[in-house]
Ligand binder design. Sequence first.
Ligand SMILES: Nc1ncnc2c1ncn2[C@@H]1O[C@H](COP(=O)(O)OP(=O)(O)OP(=O)(O)O)[C@@H](O)[C@H]1O
Ligand SMILES: [Mg+2]
Length: 354
Amino acid sequence: MVIEGPAGIGKTALLAAARTAAADGGMRVLRSRGTELERDFAFGVVRQLFEPPLAEASELERADLLQAAAGVAAGLLGLPGAPADGPHSSSVDPSFTILHGLYWLCANLAAQCPLCLVVDDVHWADAASLRYLVFLLTRLEELDAALVVATRPREEGADAELLAAVTTDPSAEVIRLPPLTRPAVAHLLESRLGGPADPIFVDACLGATRGTPFLVGVLVDALSEGGIGPTAEAARHVERIGARTVGRSIALRLRRLPEHAGRLARALAVLEQSDLLQAGRLAGLEELEAAEAIRSSPAPNEHKPTAVPRDSSPGNPVRQSASHSTCWSASPPAMAGLSSGWSRPRARRGSRAL
Ligand SMILES: Nc1ncnc2c1ncn2[C@@H]1O[C@H](COP(=O)(O)OP(=O)(O)OP(=O)(O)O)[C@@H](O)[C@H]1O
Ligand SMILES: [Mg+2]
């Protein structure tokens, strides 16, 4: 199962619910998480999955789990309780030996008790672990095991091909998390701020956050700290507070984007609506650089200014990448947050700063 959605949409929260449901249903849950800093650490995500059950196992159980191929892989990876020098043949590709052995480790664990493997932020998983997940997926039906992963749709630097092999496997059920609905936002406001929420106030909060649970939470915290109740009169405060709080968290995310993408987003925030060429010029980017910047930006549903493609010739790379952006729009708080960090770029050769 693949849970997909942009930052702050509730993937980790849903995984937590999945873990609880699996454990309640008698499955053994093994979990791990990809992190930006550890993506160069081969098999890091896999180690997180399999180290705890090996460390917790008795000597007898461990000997059972690490029979034959599983023991060889554990030895190569230095997993807990692995034989110091496994009986592997030097003529076998070590990567296949590891994948094969890890498959058997998973199979041995699943033979003890139904398994639920849960991997959060799989877009940041190291390539070796992704390769293992692909290897495992094609053989998962043979095992009493389930794999649940959460991923952002497009993340800079992710190993796109391997990630796609995991997330688009024909056996995978994909859940794309939508933003919170209006009644859901109203419910959150009522439970956190007290009293029935006025529809005008709800609309203001929905507009400021676009229903992203993380941003709704940040906004509600700030409203609650400010002692602001969910009334129609108080709706005007939402934009101001939203600009400060929601804008700040968006600006933080933008700071982590590649430089071109951040500059383009700020330019679009200033222009509010623009075609890619114009926004690219303001950002001091060549047309193709701007198109690439759009491609490397977070997915729709996050707060994105709108860039409308100017060149609509089929197959044109600008059109193709910009087409993602036609459904983006910037809420006023988001734009305030973005444009506050704006500094005018130097004009570059071949481009015209506006
Ligand atoms: N359905 C929901 N209703 C209310 N709050 C929610 C809901 N889903 C998630 N949240 C809250 O929103 C915040 C962000 O959720 P979560 O961390 O699960 O997002 P995420 O998709 O994992 O983000 P990231 O990609 O950054 O890891 C959390 O504080 C979480 O408790
Ligand atoms: Mg998460």
